[in-house]
Design a protein. Sequence first.
Length: 440
Amino acid sequence: MKRFYIETFGCQMNAHDSEKVIGTLVGRGYEQVATPEAAELIMYNTCSIRDKAEQKVFARLQEFKRHHAGKTFAVLGCVAQQEGEKIFEKAPHVSMVVGSASYNRLPELLVQIERGDKRVTGLSLDTEDTFETPLTRRDNPHKAYITIIEGCDKSCAYCVVPFTRGPERSRTLESVLREARELVQMGYTEIQLLGQNVNSFRDPAIPGSELGHDFAYLLRRIGEVPGLRRVRFTTSHPRDFVKDIVDAIDENPVLCNHIHLPVQSGSTAVLSRMQRLYTRDDYLRRLQWMHSAKREIAITSDLIVGFPGETEAEFAETMSLLDHGRYESMYIFKYSRRPNTPALQYEDHITEEEKTRRFLLLQEKQRAMQIRQNAELLNRVEEVLVEGWNLATNQWIGKTSQNRTLNFLHPQGREANLLGQYAQARVTRTGPSSMGGEAA
Ligand code: 5AD
Ligand code: SF4
């Protein structure tokens, strides 16, 4: 059993976990294959953020069973942690269930599987460890992820993450910097720092947390790594988002001028029921910091509609928040009840139709704003990192520092060989979510 196939759902944290899992397996002599047909071990890294994501998992596990009977199946990630040994009952063909807080036990668990054990679990959340691997298989040739903090100590009333990813654990600044330098040596110029709440990073190597060895300090230090051109980060929590982060971005163009700052609701009353630990006004102040920065910062966010008890007036406050945010883009979700979460105490009385109505109202308003805002970008020259070539339109696919997609024509077309390069492009066409242009 030496060939494995892995399939990944969920957030960037999961995507990067899979890269580290692949590194760990390859380091033990396993070979990664591109299809489940070619594999003896099938791994499935799962997400449980909303009910739909979780439903998918069991449907997919049944499919695997139908087509690949007799192989070894492993369930990783958030559904693994949440459902634990219940997965063996619902899907008896699964032999291994491992949550992300136990990935550093993978080598040992693999030995048990190789020995022929039929039920192997790694489900402890009681950990201070982070998942460090000597080897990480990076999927994207242009952008590399670096985890800086794992887990989450907040208790947002709707959210499973504190139950699926365990307590907050920061890596040391030194190991993060070492990884960044190694990535530059490997040829990467863009890195993305990852964590459920990067803003609460504190260097565990420095005793006492008030010494300034916080997230803004880390950003400044990473921004100085020679050879790095772009540093991004996700995700931020407004409670721990301090103005010093905006100042750090203002000081150093290597730090990308894009911030994802999930707001969830524009109503203080809803935020309080959500246990978000900030008010509408606190959030507006953070918008103000970003809007008055010297560099133009693109802001994106997440919203939940239909949280229990959300009245029409409370929803109207979320609608009006969009005017203040002037968001680059917005991810909108319908509230979904999750196991273990504090919000289970409330009845989920808002109907699916009503959630959909609110969802569409927000979506339509945001889309209209994006069309208007993006039209102002016409004729601008932007620096883009070229990430691909679009065969259908004969355009290079570029990303700006603000994380906007700018597809552009080049006089030499594909011959220009721009992949992985930085190029200047003038915006000649704008739409709600991407822009078109030509090499400048
Ligand atoms: N229902 C709906 N959306 C949710 N999110 C997190 N938990 C839930 C839930 N139970 C959304 C939040 C979060 C994003 C990643 O997913 O907006 O920021
Ligand atoms: Fe899904 Fe959250 Fe787990 Fe990421 S951390 S995979 S979004 S449940």
